[in-house]
Design a protein around this ligand. Sequence first.
Ligand SMILES: C[S@@+](CC[C@H](N)C(=O)[O-])C[C@H]1O[C@@H](n2cnc3c(N)ncnc32)[C@H](O)[C@@H]1O
Length: 211
Amino acid sequence: MNHESVATAYQRYAPVYDLLFGGLFEPGRRRLIQALDCRAGESVLEVGVGTGLSLRHYPPHTRVTGIDLSPHMLERARARVRRHGLDNVDLLAMDAQSLSFPDASFDKVAALYVASVVPDPAAMMRELRRVCRPGGQVLVVNHFSRGAGWPHALERRLAPFAPSLGFRPLFPLDPFVAEAGMELAGTLPVNLFGYWTLVRFINSESAAAAA
Ligand SMILES: C[S@@+](CC[C@H](N)C(=O)[O-])C[C@H]1O[C@@H](n2cnc3c(N)ncnc32)[C@H](O)[C@@H]1O
């Protein structure tokens, strides 16, 4: 996976993304935003915002900044924001592995179905930790490899096609959590057969000092 293969894959997906992944991924989007428990005046960064399918679920009192690498996905997100008059949302073209925001810019950070897409997930998590205020939360929903059973057999078969699929089928949870350098506050299975997982991190001072 590299930026070029990601950009090409999501240029291809953009016109059909909502049809393919809108409904399938929807419970995870709703669950993550519910878990964020946004309070009035809080700011949220959502990385890999895609076509903006999550944006209507945020409370209108929450300031949401969505970023994405793909101009084709962002164009659709912008149209969605205009269509629904979401004036609490700002959208920017940016790389989640190299964010242009100052440290501690956001109360909460969300990453929906993007961790296994970026070329360097550890670099993305370092950036999410940096821009999240100390004591804030970073929430991730993604599929994680189980290491057994038919899903794992399928993941192994699909692994060589990661660049054209636009995501990494083999993506184990434990190294991802270890590299995130934040306190793990819990995990929850979401979506069909609980194959995807909501992972909640707290950006605690002690974890930051240890990282
Ligand atoms: C599977 S889609 C998820 C879209 C959306 N979050 C959802 O809930 O459906 C992955 C998104 O991550 C974006 N993406 C991939 N690599 C990225 C990066 N390095 N920085 C920002 N966005 C990235 C892709 O362009 C795509 O829109």
